[in-house]
Design a binder for this molecule. Structure first.
Ligand SMILES: [Mn+2]
Length: 335
């Protein structure tokens, strides 16, 4: 059965207790990039074994289970094929090995150099005056190239293949699944930088690059629903190959070059049909609410990640799960 998770940074905050009170047990966490973690000596590295021990223990001490690491060591040189990329890839291998030793089963990464996740607004009026994020490509057409100039799709495919050749065998040995998150927004190029993980076909190509049970997908619904009119069909397509390792639960209205993010019950996607698809493929990994509008009473300091909106999303997700899995939930005493 699909498991409902939330993203919590490793720093204890009031949100931890709120999430616990919602009945969430699985956590999507991150490495701890603070410089000074008392009690770890002077050589703390976020991807090092002793640092990850502390992160895992922090979640477990609160009664959570760390199911996914969703943060990355520096990877710009690896993505762009620059000198120093082998050292960056060594760091990823170290992270993956340490996750294996600590039985943390999934690492979520992406292949967006230079720009990362892009929005042109984080103050778009949404339902009842909530603030949503949005992207309008018309506003980006006049944006200047970055200092990297033109970065071709061909280069990014080459560097991704080089990366997978080195990391996939380590992931297999370590029993860690590599979950590729799509480009957000799924558009290419932007400011001269190509973005290769931006279509359903590109994910087929990713899987073909390394036909391994460790090489798979972080199925971010908000992006995939901009790549296809049949998201449940895409879930079945990748799920039948056992390559869906992680799910981001999110929705939008619009198209890849002009969209707004919505409340989970207010977007273009049939979320109930998606939940049925996860049940049908036997998906037993985690799904976390992804971006949410900022609701009344929360600040917009962390657009897309405000607390109250996340609680609404968890409740909506739990309701969808119950609608689809009600007999199974009764069997395990969760209904
Ligand atoms: Mn996402």
């Amino acid at each position: 059965m699909i498991r409902i998770a939330e993203f919590l940074s490793p720093r204890l905050s009031p949100l931890w207790r709120l999430v616990k009170q919602c009945g969430v047990e699985d956590i999507v966490g991150s490495m701890d990039f603070r410089d000074d973690l008392g009690g770890l000596g002077r050589r703390h590295r976020p991807w090092g074994y002793t640092s990850l021990v502390r992160v895992k223990a922090a979640y477990e001490d609160f009664g959570f289970r760390l199911a996914v690491v969703e943060s990355r060591p520096p990877l710009e040189k690896a993505k762009l094929g620059l000198p120093g990329r082998d050292e960056e890839i060594d760091t990823v291998c170290e992270l993956v090995r340490n996750m294996g030793k600590l039985a943390i089963p999934v690492w979520c990464y992406e292949w967006m150099p230079v720009l990362g996740v892009l929005r042109t607004s984080t103050t778009t009026p949404s339902r009842g005056g909530a603030l949503a994020s949005g992207y309008d490509h018309d506003l980006m057409r006049a944006a200047p190239l970055t200092e990297h100039g033109i970065v071709s799709a061909e280069l990014l495919w080459q560097t991704l293949e080089y990366f997978l050749e080195r990391v996939v065998p380590v992931a297999e040995e370590s029993n860690v699944q590599l979950a590729m998150h799509p480009d957000d927004p799924p558009l290419s190029p932007i400011r001269g930088i190509s973005r290769i993980m931006s279509s359903v076909e590109s994910f087929d190509r990713l899987l073909d690059l390394a036909p391994s049970p460790a090489n798979g997908i972080a199925l971010c619904q908000g992006n995939f629903t901009l790549m296809t009119g049949d998201l449940p069909g895409v879930i079945r397509h990748f799920g039948s190959q056992r390559r869906v390792f992680f799910v981001h639960f999110r929705d939008v209205r619009g198209t890849a070059d002009h969209f707004v993010e919505t409340f989970h019950d207010d977007g273009k996607t049939d979320m109930l049909a998606c939940m049925r698809a996860y049940r049908d493929i036997g998906y037993d990994g985690v799904c976390r609410p992804d971006h949410v509008p900022t609701m009344e009473g929360d600040s917009n300091d962390r657009p897309m990640y405000s607390s109250i909106g996340r609680l609404f999303a968890i409740g909506y997700l739990k309701g969808l799960r119950e609608a689809v899995y009600s007999s199974e939930l009764a069997d395990v005493g969760l209904s």
